[in-house]
Design a protein around this ligand. Structure first.
Ligand code: PLP
Length: 459
């Protein structure tokens, strides 16, 4: 069946459309946008957001396959969370973080309960980047060592140190070759940096490379290895069997702390509460943000092991934030986690991956020569577009986009689905509670839209 372009939703009033046009004009006059050449962009206006849908500036209803920046794990406007924020605002809207407040205490208890192993103490931050900054600071003070190792291609945040740890092309423009940051090659089976042809080879060679990096840098100078449990922005390449366990073993052997960056995958995205749970790996520090409260109010944090906690049990931790554990953000986290538990959202994400998204994406790959690879877990999948399957030539260059990719995104939107695009990839990351039939419809849109990139196949 051929899908038709979506038409404006008649329930969107003329007044709302007019308010959207005004907001757009003010945006272009006064708002400075992230990561963008300001005059080169035409940002999409959002008039309404509900569950797994958003309405654009012309009133088209789109399935949100991006979860915005992969944060609305419970969808938009979840009533229980909206209510919790309203109730919290009516009691204690904000408070000095030195004081105890009930929302923060309960949020910390819930995070500690869900986090693996002995990660029982939580420092709350405003978002993911500052969670990474504090995790590294804790690791440096705990070990007395200066260096931190992170993977090439990774994204760890936009603040100074988090951006230095980031090794995607956006960093290059402002890189200060910051002392103490060393990068290593990630495990990325589809485009193996180690010429591996099997998962086992990839695991063995990627771990041997990391071990050599550690030995050549000098283990006694390395405080931590930080790794996204499943690299997100860089391409959702799920680590091959044994890799994460190997990183844990290597770091432990050399007295190096392992920081799992769970900012994008934490809180159910991959069908487990945390990415590391897929491999039973317990890091020393775990950073989180986004899904902890679906981003309804900015919140991030670091969960730390008993040993790291003990370092700061008798000596002060040199760090803090005015809004550490902000009551509105923490009330939203408590309500979000409870809603996820009550409504079985993590299990539903696992089901979506195993029974809906994975099988359908494999069918789509078989039908479309421009699809080079599909991979993922739970509600977190990448579709990698190529012009030639044999050479794996990407449909857009590393660090850029291309007319073919821009046209693919436009076609998805025309047919009613909002995708997440990065370079030559489309990421399929709907809210975890999206009903099967809505996800199926979004995948039908992708299937039809891929005719656009198929036309650019040269191989
Ligand atoms: N770490 C990872 C793995 C991320 O994906 C992100 C954001 O996408 C960050 C850190 C930074 O989080 P924030 O944008 O909340 O600072």
């Amino acid at each position: 069946m051929t899908l038709s372009p979506v038409t404006p939703d008649p329930s969107i009033s003329e007044d709302l459309l007019a308010a959207g046009r005004k907001a757009y004009d003010l945006d272009r006059a006064h708002v400075f946008h992230s990561w963008s050449a300001q005059r080169a962009i035409t940002p999409m206006t959002v008039l309404r957001a509900e569950g797994s849908h958003v309405w654009d500036g012309e009133g088209h209803r789109l399935i949100d396959f991006s979860s915005q920046l992969v944060n609305t794990n419970i969808g938009h406007s979840h009533p229980a969370v909206v209510r919790a924020i309203q109730e919290q605002a009516a009691t204690i809207a904000t408070i000095n973080p030195a004081h105890v407040n009930a929302a923060r205490s309960e949020a910390a208890r819930l995070v500690a309960d869900l986090a693996p192993g002995d990660l029982d103490h939580v420092f709350f931050t405003n978002a993911g980047a500052d969670a990474v900054e504090h995790a590294v600071r804790m690791a440096r003070l705990h070990t007395g060592r200066p260096k931190v190792l992170s993977a090439y291609r990774a994204y760890h945040g936009g603040t100074d140190l988090a951006f230095a740890l980031t090794a995607d092309p956006r960093r290059n423009a402002v890189d200060t070759a910051r002392a103490g940051v060393v990068h290593f090659l990630p495990s990325y089976p589809y485009r193996s940096y180690f010429d591996a042809t099997t998962e086992q080879e990839e695991t063995e060679r990627a771990l041997a490379h990391l071990e050599q990096t550690i030995l050549l840098e000098g283990p006694q100078s390395i405080a931590a290895v930080i790794l996204e449990s499943i690299p997100g922005t860089a391409g959702i390449y799920v680590p091959p069997a044994g890799y994460m366990e190997g990183v844990r073993e290597l770091t432990r052997r050399h007295g190096i702390l392992f920081i799992a960056d769970e900012v994008m995958v934490g809180f159910g995205r991959t069908g487990e509460w945390f990415g590391v749970d897929h491999w039973g790996v317990v890091p020393d520090l775990l950073t989180f943000a986004k899904g902890v409260n679906s981003g309804y109010v900015p919140l991030g944090g670091v969960a730390m092991s008993e040993a790291v906690y003990e370092t700061f049990a008798e000596r002060p931790y040199p760090g803090g934030l005015t809004y550490s554990g902000h009551p509105l953000a923490c009330a939203a986290a408590v309500a979000t986690i409870n809603a996820m538990e009550d409504e079985g959202m993590v299990a539903h994400a696992a089901h979506l991956g195993a029974d809906v998204i994975g099988p359908r994406l494999r069918e789509i790959m078989a039908a479309h020569p421009s699809v080079g690879d599909v991979r993922g877990l739970g509600a977190f999948w990448a579709v990698e577009l190529v012009t030639d399957r044999a050479t794996k030539e990407p449909m857009a260059p590393y660090g850029g986009s291309s007319p073919a990719m821009a046209d693919l995104v436009a076609e998805c939107r025309r047919l009613g689905m909002l995708p997440f695009q990065n370079m030559n990839r489309i990421h399929v990351a709907p809210p975890l509670n999206t009903p099967d039939e809505v996800v199926r419809h979004g995948l039908d849109v992708l299937d039809q839209a891929l005719a656009v990139t198929d036309a650019h196949v040269t191989g």
